[in-house]
Design a protein around this ligand. Sequence first.
Ligand code: FPP
Length: 267
Amino acid sequence: MSLDQLMAWVPAGSAEAELARQIHPDRLPRHVAIIMDGNGRWAGERHLPRVEGHRAGIDAVRDVVETSARLGLEVLTLYAFSVENWKRPIAEVSTLMLLLKRYLRAELATLLTNNIRFNVIGRSNELAPDVLEELGAAEHKTSRNTGMLFNIALNYGGRTEILDAARRAIASGIRPEALDEQTFSEFLYTKNQPDPDLLIRTSGEMRVSNFLLWQIAYAEIYVTETFWPDFRCRHLLEAILAYQKRDRRYGGIPPATVGAGAGGRGL
Ligand code: FPP
């Protein structure tokens, strides 16, 4: 997929088409990760039960997944359920799981048409058997796709992931001296995937919330006030345009200032 595929999909002359036109295809983030937040507040503003916010959030998931694949992103990761989310009322947890199953059933054809490979990250073995079965079927049916990798973070925690990786590393018998950042990252759930270049959080909260703690070391963070159920193609393109204006330094200094006495400021 490529920017052309996106241009063919968005209505000609629309705000989305204008935003897509401004994107530099050669400077796309390889991996975009999103903390989908604000479903409860979206529902609250409409005097609806919280779960209606999650239900409306599915439309946003659908739009963002297809936009990302058409745009040509390599990896999209959505934070759907954290290890902490079990503390929510049982009815809300059950609805989230039900929505997830429905989404997978309804969207499988779109995932296949768009050559998207579906993958779960997190302690998925702790999920209910019916959910696991649905997830496994979607992973299996899309496993030969060669386009965008769509990670869904479920029963996911960044610290839990690092702990699980440490346990796997120890169990593998690797010599401590052989363990460096590269080899350690091969024990993470995101093995062989590029780290996120862009982390988006909706609903204005300025928190990382235990998401991809290892992998976001150098990610650019973009926070939008938009609640997740209202987030669409247009908002994703705006985030990518903002990302393309950032000056990524990875702890170094901008090339123009090398030797100009301005070094050492940027983190
Ligand atoms: C945060 O909003 C959102 C979640 C905990 C769940 C996100 C899940 C979905 C959008 C639906 C299922 C996902 C997929 C991929 C099919 P919140 O409830 O914390 O909102 P609040 O901060 O306004 O209360």
